[in-house]
Design a protein around this ligand. Structure first.
Ligand SMILES: Cc1cc2nc3c(=O)[nH]c(=O)nc-3n(C[C@H](O)[C@H](O)[C@H](O)COP(=O)(O)OP(=O)(O)OC[C@H]3O[C@@H](n4cnc5c(N)ncnc54)[C@H](O)[C@@H]3O)c2cc1C
Length: 309
């Protein structure tokens, strides 16, 4: 394994096609089609949608209320700007010990400040900073694993009851990409699933409508929902299941540690490594203790000495 530091993290982000627009990183995933036109993707797409914005200037009235000898208002004169997420978690931690005076840890040393917290397992201040992502190019089997993480997360996932076959896409596992026969079988299978879904949905809709062409819009919506909730039962685990996923930094760190681990299942590891790369691009300080390592098969893992803060 070849360990890589923050330089290696940035390089890998770029190797995966990562870009940063207005401070918001993303790693996109191209869409492919079988000869019959069935859409599929080969890797997770990760798009940062929201991150903390922090302004400590409002603390002035609070800090000025203490004895002048403590020189607390000096807290607001720190010349080193931090990402909003780091600033929020650091200020939250410094409120705990009223660390606003001259002996406080300044922003310049924020990385060391967080290393002290994470190495001691005092991760609760990390819960203040949350990040929201659009995740796509991920299969139903991966999202089933991801949603097992309950603490500190929020999930809004595509509903197979409410969307039609027009947005059906599938996810090809890396193992199939590398083998021509496995790839051919994958394409055959997803073509079959897409066609099977369409014909089943068509037949179910006919039954719902009872042959009548004069149904109200409400009835049609309800009928389609009933059709889709039944037709989805034939869809395989490799059906794409996009979601918006929000997590606070303590939860996100735990998820990365478990799911970007060398022993994690390969598809969720792909996702967790990309999540880490986008988070590290957005806030290199809160994830500064993490290292990416290349595994013998050319894929990557993420490690830290300070697990489960
Ligand atoms: C390699 C691997 C294999 C797995 N295999 C299986 C399997 O075969 N079958 C299966 O069912 N699952 C399996 N899982 C899922 C696993 O058991 C967890 O459900 C999942 O990883 C969520 O992690 P978590 O429990 O840490 O929960 P999170 O929601 O991520 O919680 C974070 C932490 O908060 C604390 N916490 C959360 N909820 C509670 C609670 N209710 N009470 C007390 N403390 C809490 C715990 O300390 C927990 O670790 C596997 C996971 C991995 C990584």
């Amino acid at each position: 394994m070849e360990p890589t530091g923050s330089e290696g993290t940035r390089e890998l982000f770029e190797d995966y096609g990562g870009t940063v627009a207005d401070g918001f990183p993303s790693i996109h995933s191209p869409v492919r089609h079988t000869a019959s036109g069935t859409a599929y993707l080969r890797s997770p797409g990760v798009v940062l949608l929201a991150k903390p914005q922090t302004n400590v200037a409002g603390l002035a009235g609070f800090l000025e209320g203490f004895d002048a000898s403590l020189r607390f208002p000096g807290y607001l004169d720190d010349p080193t700007p931090l990402p909003g997420s780091s600033q929020l978690a650091k200020t939250a931690g410094q409120v705990c010990y009223a660390s606003f005076g001259a002996r406080r840890t300044t922003n310049e040393n924020a990385a060391k400040y967080f290393e002290r917290l994470t190495s001691a397992g005092h991760g609760s201040v990390l819960e203040h900073a949350s990040f929201s992502f659009l995740l796509y190019g991920i299969s139903r089997s991966v999202t089933h694993e991801l949603v097992r993480h309950r603490a500190g997360v929020g999930v809004s996932q595509i509903s197979q009851r409410y969307v039609s076959g027009a947005v059906l896409r599938f996810v090809e596992r890396p193992e199939y990409v590398e083998d021509a026969e496995l790839h051919r079988l994958f394409e055959e299978r997803v073509d079959g699933a897409a066609a099977g879904y369409e014909s089943l949905a068509g037949r179910l809709l006919e039954l719902q409508e009872g042959g009548s062409g004069k149904l109200s819009a409400d009835y049609k919506t309800d009928a389609r929902k009933k059709v889709q909730q039944t037709a989805r039962s034939l869809l395989p685990n490799e059906t794409e299941a996009p979601m918006v996923f929000t997590g606070n930094v303590r939860a996100l760190r735990h998820i990365i540690e478990m799911r970007a681990d060398a022993h994690a299942e390969s598809e969720i590891r792909n996702l967790a490594v990309r999540l880490f790369l986008c988070l590290s691009a957005a806030d290199p300080i809160l994830f500064g203790d993490y290292r990416v390592e290349e595994l013998p098969d050319g894929t990557h893992t993420v490690t830290t000495e300070h697990r489960k803060a």
